[in-house]
Design a protein around this ligand. Structure first.
Ligand code: CO
Length: 214
């Protein structure tokens, strides 16, 4: 993008027109079909990072994915935005596959590894400090800073997959016999490849580690 910054938004509108025309040339019925309904197969929960556009990196097109993004791909149980997307995706759109996709080089995770800072995002990434605390022993044993940062990115995705598996929406879906799957992936900014962390959740998460009343 080489235009003056104050005019940048015009580029988007011009490119949208080109894109729309190109799509119509390739598939004249595309928009009329898409306008009727949406039947996506995947719910994507990813980072807001501009370098991780879900459709592009998965080769998917409009209509394929229901998408929720926030800083550091977090699943926060009091986040009505996330819960609404999850409820709609699972119970109205009937999506069975949910993907939590983090990425190496995530600024949100990095911020949570550094000193305390000001601003709203500090509160948001606060929960990643908890992930770091839960996995203190493993992380503390990694002496290389980059490797520890990469590992926290992975552990954060795994914890968000766990947190998602503990939502009432998924508990009810599994209880009703739905074959829900929550996948944990990490995207590499450096090579454009997605790594499946192998932390897929297929049942309501247990409370291992918690100490209940007896
Ligand atoms: Co990020």
């Amino acid at each position: 993008m080489t235009e003056e910054r104050s005019d940048l938004h015009h580029i988007l509108l011009a490119r949208n027109k080109e894109w729309s025309e190109q799509m119509l040339r390739e598939n004249p019925a595309m928009f009329t079909e898409l306008a009727k309904h949406q039947t996506p197969f995947f719910l994507w929960i990813g980072c807001s990072d501009s370098r991780v556009p879900p459709n592009q990196i998965t080769g998917t097109v409009p209509g394929d994915m229901f998408i929720h993004r926030n800083i550091a791909n977090m699943v926060v149980h009091t986040d009505m935005n996330m819960l609404s997307v999850l409820d709609f995706g699972v119970n109205v759109l009937n999506i069975d596959h949910i993907i939590i996709c983090g990425h190496y080089g995530c600024g949100g995770v990095k911020a949570a590894m550094g000193p305390e800072f000001d601003g709203a995002a500090a509160n948001w990434v606060r929960e990643i400090r908890d992930v770091s605390r839960i996995h203190h022993d493993e992380l503390a044993a990694i002496t290389d800073d980059q490797a520890r940062y990469d590992r926290l990115v992975e552990l954060n995705v795994a914890e968000q997959a766990y947190d998602l598996s503990r939502t009432s929406v998924l508990r009810d879906a599994w209880a009703s016999g739905r074959k829900m799957q929550v996948h944990g992936w990490v995207y590499g900014l450096h090579n454009g490849l997605i790594k499946d962390l192998g932390v897929t959740r297929t049942e309501y998460g247990d409370e291992a580690g918690a100490v209940p009343l007896r």
